[in-house]
Design a protein around this ligand. Structure first.
Ligand code: URA
Length: 185
């Protein structure tokens, strides 16, 4: 199965119909389908919903900066979200909405088969590491296994945090450089 086929299945099966009705389009993900690193945010925002691509707003520009610091760009990694439709008014996605997308996210990861999954933000991180304490655990890898999928999860702060807090920029860049190194091993 390809990512394109999985995308079609999500649309055809009316996954998360309540969000599909208010969103402009499904934001499946962007990047290299054979990437060693997959970034996972929470849900598309306004810009992402308009363009059909993940992380294209202000936090996306910072994500690009982190990639550049590691000598990479979007074509070297794969970027997606737990929930693939924009929640109305950018509210947090509900537990049910995340649960509806979870099996599709696992299949997406299975297709890409990355070495490292980098979660962006506490909410995304807690989907993989339920006892996550982001201030304590950011940047630290944990091996997780879901069905046949085994990968290293590295939780990062959300790039939006760096927009409000200057010292967070360097923390995020350092954590990502560490993640990139582990993905290359
Ligand atoms: N924030 C997210 O979590 N995901 C996006 O795609 C954009 C902003």
């Amino acid at each position: 199965m390809t990512l394109e086929e999985l995308k079609r299945e999500i649309v055809d099966k009316n996954v998360c119909q309540n969000l599909a009705e208010s969103a402009t389009q499904l934001v499946m993900g962007e990047g290299n389908p054979g990437a060693d690193i997959v970034f996972i945010g929470e849900a598309p925002g306004k810009k992402e919903d308009e363009r059909g691509l993940p992380f294209v707003g202000a936090s996306g520009r910072f994500l690009d900066e982190m990639l550049n610091a590691a000598g990479m760009d979007r074509g070297d990694v794969y970027i997606t979200n737990i929930v693939k439709y924009r929640p109305p008014n950018n509210r947090d996605p509900s537990r049910e909405e995340k649960a509806e997308f979870w099996p599709y996210l696992m299949r997406q990861i299975e297709i890409i088969s990355p070495r490292v999954v980098v979660t962006l933000g506490r909410h995304s991180g807690m989907c993989f590491i339920p006892d996550l304490v982001i201030s304590r655990d950011h940047g630290k890898g944990r091996n997780v296994k879901f069905h046949e999928n085994e990968f290293l999860v590295i939780p990062l702060y959300h790039p939006a945090a760096a927009l409000y807090n200057g010292s967070m920029r360097q923390v995020l860049i350092d954590d990502f450089l560490h993640a990139a190194k582990l993905a290359r091993l």
